[in-house]
Design a protein around this ligand. Structure first.
Ligand code: GLA
Length: 372
């Protein structure tokens, strides 16, 4: 399979432990890179084209390096083309190459398959052109591809985790400054269980962009009261003093952001202190806020999180990622994990008719490059 390819490059999917819908508000987030990955085999081909093929799709597409704008609505080619265009626009050396792509991050799962594809394609282009690979720079270019080419006005969390993750660690990322700290995921008697609710995603992009716009409206209104640059600059106490300028949905959205930022701090403290009960409570509180204030969960994710939270081996459970479908992440006692998986998926099926899928994923590194 690796025949004649010169590099094998991969980037990770991610799970976010807590800090949801706060990255674009200047908050801190706590994602971790996964062993579910996008992998690219690449070799130079001496032409002015990128020839794309997939390990699990019959399609083959040739991207013209002088016309990378042209693939915005071409299924499967859009993410690689957008990534290559951002690399090119950044003034980097872009060489014609053959790429074989394979992705084990399930699409539409909320585990950032798109970020994994973007980051792995850019890292592959860098490798094959002999350019240096700076994971943070690659994450930022991948984010531009998502925003400018795909049209999702996303934050930096997914691409950053995909590029800069570290096995066995979560990344405490300050999305305002991009300062990061690696926090060991040492959960003692517990493990993380990721379950996909399998509800087909729809309208995620437009709802995501709408939430983001609501937080921007909230920020503008709050700036009449206090000089802040980001919603995340407010403590919950300051927010309660000033929030009279907000109303309705905009008030709810902003309250979620401010309180979720406070939960991230408490979650990191709880992880460092080995206080799993407290960590579990914070996961549950995060889900409730995403359901009631931010309104990004939906019936299926709510049913899945509730079934998880009811199980005796579970300390806490929440949706992870953008929402509107996708996955939950649960903190579960290792000794009860098998019963948890069986019972939760069964109860969820009875309630919704969807067969949830459990992923066995480890916490892995971000970009990985192998010279073949
Ligand atoms: C998506 C976006 C991220 C982040 C999450 C919600 O995954 O790509 O930037 O906003 O949603 O936390």
């Amino acid at each position: 399979m690796n025949e004649n390819y010169t590099y094998k490059v991969s980037a990770a999917g991610r799970v976010n432990l807590i800090g949801e819908h706060v990255d674009y508000c200047g908050g801190k987030v706590l994602p971790a890179a996964l062993s579910l990955r996008s992998t690219v085999l690449v070799r130079p081909n001496g032409t002015d084209k990128i020839n794309l093929a997939w390990t699990n799709l019959p399609d083959k597409i040739s991207l013209d390096l002088s016309d990378l704008e042209a693939y915005k609505s071409v299924k499967y080619a859009d993410y690689p083309a957008g990534s290559a265009l951002m690399w090119q626009r950044a003034g980097k050396k872009l060489v014609g190459c053959d790429m074989l792509l394979g992705c084990t991050v399930p699409f539409g799962s909320g585990l950032s398959s798109s970020a994994a594809i973007e980051v792995s394609v850019i890292a592959a282009l860098a490798s094959v052109a002999g350019e240096s690979v700076d994971p943070v720079e690659i994450a930022l270019l991948a984010q531009s591809a998502e925003r400018e080419y795909i049209g999702v006005n996303c934050g930096i969390m997914d691409q950053y985790a995909s590029a800069c993750g570290k096995a066995g660690h979560a990344i405490l990322l300050d999305c305002k400054t991009l300062a990061r700290e690696y926090v060991p995921i040492d959960l003692g008697e517990c493990t993380l269980v990721i379950i996909n609710c399998k509800k087909p995603h729809n309208l995620v992009e437009s709802k995501y962009n709408e939430r983001r716009a609501e937080t921007e409206t909230a920020l503008r209104l709050l700036q009449q009261k206090r000089s802040i640059s980001w919603l995340a600059d407010l403590t919950p106490e300051e927010f309660e003093k000033d929030c009279g300028v907000l109303e309705g949905k905009v008030l709810d959205r902003a309250r979620h952001v401010v309180e979720e930022c406070a939960r991230v701090h408490r979650a990191v403290e709880a992880m460092r202190a080995g206080d799993l009960m407290e960590l579990g409570r914070l996961l549950n509180a995060s889900h409730a806020s995403l359901r009631d204030l931010y309104e990004v969960t939906g019936r299926e994710l709510d049913a899945l999180a509730a079934a998880a939270q009811r199980h005796p081996a579970c300390y806490g459970s929440r949706m992870t990622g953008a929402g509107f479908g996708g996955c939950t992440v649960s903190l579960v006692k290792k000794s009860g994990a098998e019963s948890f998986k069986a019972q939760v998926t069964e109860e969820y099926f009875r309630e919704t008719g969807y067969r949830a899928e459990v992923y066995d994923a480890a916490i892995d590194d971000g970009i990985r490059i192998e010279k073949l």
